[in-house]
Ligand binder design. Structure first.
Ligand code: DAH
Length: 367
């Protein structure tokens, strides 16, 4: 077909424009389909996009010739013809001489689509939120504190005096070159979330009901149930007439909310410097229902968290900034639990390292 034939334009009405451009498009596609090597591609390029004799150049002459009211529709059609020709050239260049079909025809609609994974909460974050929401429903607010903590907040104000042997149970990383600072101001990675109890009391007078989730650090060798970095949720309740029965009732409710209403709790005497008396909370084994199995070492009980009545010595430290923490007028309880431990129980996970390995086969189970 001669150039003149396909470049013939009888008038500028829509019908004529449609016919003329359709013929050109059809011609371009047919030309492209016949491409069989670099030489024919170069000829195609010259024939369609050549500066002087190229068909696009000829067609652009229509733009000038068109009456003002038709310029827009000629322009739009010209643009899409130009895009088509360029697309055909690109497709031919990228698919090689044997497969010069337009890209649109190369899409195989029977192929499966691209699946985009939606993010989900990590099981630790999920468990942490679950614990926090149990207490939020009881009217507790949520607090946070720094992970790099001073010796004063992490130890001294929690009633671990300098040199006290209880400090040895919570060894941690200490920031270097702080010899010039007094011991109480030296920085370390906090070993528990308990220091945020003191930070909270210094900021607000009683009553206080707060839970504090966060990351903590210890010099513990990693094994199936220990990690040098893990998470805790701390709790603190201070008011007038808070008793050990309030502590028992609150934690019994929380354990039932987390593990199911069939779960029983019992409180075992323990020791923490910042509570007196102190207790370990055990729950009836959720694996055997309390009959005794390997998981509970045949005892029927599993130890889950620490708690106790806030030691008057701790209130005395708080009273330095907030005199209302007078142990003769107020009382309170505190508790602290390990998030990993609770998540491992809830989901039946036996290796703590699974939480940190970033293996999608593991994490994908919690979506
Ligand atoms: N801070 C303790 C620990 O890391 C946990 C704990 C026990 C926190 C008793 C408390 C508590 O607030 O009353 O082992």
């Amino acid at each position: 077909m001669a150039n003149e034939e396909i470049l013939h334009l009888s008038s500028f009405d829509d019908e004529s424009l449609n016919a003329a451009f359709a013929a050109l498009e059809q011609r371009a596609r047919a030309d492209a389909a016949a491409l069989d090597g670099p030489e024919s591609m170069e000829a195609f390029r010259l024939r369609w996009t050549g500066r002087k004799q190229g068909r696009l150049n000829d067609v652009s002459g229509w733009l000038k010739a068109a009456p003002p009211q038709a310029k827009k529709s000629v322009g739009e059609r010209f643009k899409s013809l130009k895009d088509l020709v360029e697309g055909l050239l690109d497709a031919a260049a990228s698919s090689g001489p044997t497969d010069a079909a337009p890209a649109a025809e190369a899409i195989d609609i029977t192929l499966p689509g691209t699946q985009r994974l939606v993010g989900a909460e990590h099981p630790i974050t999920k468990t942490l939120h679950e614990i926090v929401s149990v207490f939020a429903a009881l009217g507790y607010s949520v607090g946070v504190g720094p992970e790099v903590e001073t010796d004063y907040y992490n130890f001294e104000s929690m009633n671990f005096p300098p040199g006290h042997p209880a400090r040895d149970t919570q060894d941690t990383l200490v920031i270097a070159n702080q010899e010039k600072r007094s011991l109480r101001d030296r920085l370390l990675l906090r070993t528990h979330t308990s220091p945020v109890q003191m930070r909270t009391m210094e900021r607000q007078p009683p009553p206080v009901r707060i839970v504090i989730p966060g990351k903590v650090h210890r010099n513990d060798a990693a094994d199936a149930t220990h990690s040098p970095i893990f998470h805790q949720v701390e709790g603190l309740c201070v008011d007038t007439n808070i008793t050990f029965s309030d502590l028992k009732g609150t934690l019994d409710h929380a354990m039932k909310a987390l593990f199911g209403s069939a779960v029983k709790t019992r409180f075992f005497p323990s020791f923490f410097p910042f509570t007196e008396p102190s207790a370990d909370v055990q729950i009836s084994c959720i694996f055997c229902g309390g009959k005794g199995c390997r998981k509970c070492k045949q005892s029927g009980w599993i130890e889950l968290l620490g708690c106790g009545m806030v030691d008057p010595a701790v209130f005395a430290f708080a009273a330095e900034k907030q005199p209302a923490y007078d142990p003769r007028k107020i009382s309170g309880f505190a508790f602290g639990m390990g998030v990993e431990r609770i998540a491992m129980m809830k989901y039946g996970i036996s290796e703590i390292g699974q939480f940190y390995a970033g293996d999608m086969r593991f994490l994908g189970q919690f979506v």
